[in-house]
Write a protein that binds this ligand. Structure first.
Ligand SMILES: Nc1ncnc2c1ncn2[C@@H]1O[C@H](COP(=O)(O)OP(=O)(O)OP(=O)(O)O)[C@@H](O)[C@H]1O
Length: 278
């Protein structure tokens, strides 16, 4: 359940730094020596405070930096409830907040206000999901499975099936090659194959199908339907209305971070298509 969620990105840096002005290196060195001298005279516990203040200054996490930085209010008061067994499409024009809301549901973005309540563990499968470029596809399959909580035995037992599903070996023995030799579509297929090898409580897929070819898209859409059948909830972010139509029975439409519509796929897509063509 997503309850009146607000997500704000804060941009630090990029602003004008403190000019050194006419002080020069000698004056700065003098200032540093004076600070050191003062520190040597301070009791131990004060030094801890000074150190953490210095770290906050360096990482820009001071209250001042918070207030002074630029903000992007990416999600503005979105609320909805998702149920087990639903496949929910998330649509909207570029920058409308689709990826951000998935990241928030996955617990990767702290809410500015509002809450996300989930039953079970949400897993986010994005086109940028981390796989190691220098390792072979096979190695990445094992790593991915272990990262999803499988035992080594389970991971090895699933390896063949995952590689077969991904189809990366259809044009040669690619699974033994380092991932950097893969096209973006092949890498996306492997990521999807790994993530979908496990039954997820909440699986979120961010454009992962967009880079696959038609044959793979059909196969992965079929797999999404199976995952739903296995009682999970699937969220699919896509700019392909066809993928959404073929996979989802409910659609959330976001624009500039607000929920424009939440309803049955056909109803929402019709309104969205009219908006985009209008
Ligand atoms: N790391 C970031 N730092 C600052 N602002 C960000 C960051 N990521 C996204 N945004 C901003 O948040 C808003 C929502 O972005 P988001 O990526 O969620 O949109 P989207 O609907 O997924 O876009 P697209 O369809 O282009 O992938 C945009 O205004 C974007 O500029």
């Amino acid at each position: 359940m997503v309850d009146n969620l607000h997500i704000v990105y804060r941009l630090r840096g990029g602003g004008p730094g403190k000019a050194k002005g006419a002080k020069g290196k000698a004056a700065l060195r003098e200032q540093a020596l004076a600070a050191k001298e003062q520190q040597d005279q301070e009791p131990q516990q004060d030094r801890g405070g000074r150190a953490s203040r210095a770290v906050r200054r360096l990482t820009g996490r001071s209250e001042q930096a918070k207030k002074g930085g630029r903000k992007v209010h990416a999600i503005r008061g979105v609320s909805f409830t998702a149920y087990r067994g639903e496949a929910i499409g998330v649509i909207g024009s570029n920058g409308s907040g689709k990826s951000t809301i998935l990241r928030a549901i996955a617990g990767l973005m702290p809410p500015e206000a509002g809450r996300v309540y989930t039953e079970g563990q949400p897993s986010l499968l994005g086109v940028n999901a981390a796989l190691m470029n220098d390792l072979s596809g096979e190695r990445n399959v094992i790593l991915g499975c272990l990262a999803m909580g499988m035992t080594p035995q389970e991971a090895y037992a699933k390896r063949e099936e995952i590689i077969r599903f991904s189809g990366i070996n259809e044009k040669g023995d690619f699974s033994s090659l380092p991932m950097r030799a893969y096209s973006s579509g092949m890498a996306a297929r492997l990521r999807f194959a790994i993530a979908s090898a496990k039954n997820h409580d909440v699986l979120m897929i961010d454009e992962a199908l967009a880079t696959g070819d038609r044959k793979f898209r059909r196969r992965s859409e079929e797999r999404i339907r199976e995952l739903r059948g296995e009682a999970g909830t699937v969220f699919l972010v896509s700019h392909s209305n066809k993928s959404i139509r073929d996979t989802c029975d409910r659609v959330l439409w976001l624009e500039t971070g607000s929920l424009v519509m939440d309803g049955p796929t056909e109803e929402v897509l019709e309104a969205y298509e009219e908006f985009m063509n209008g």
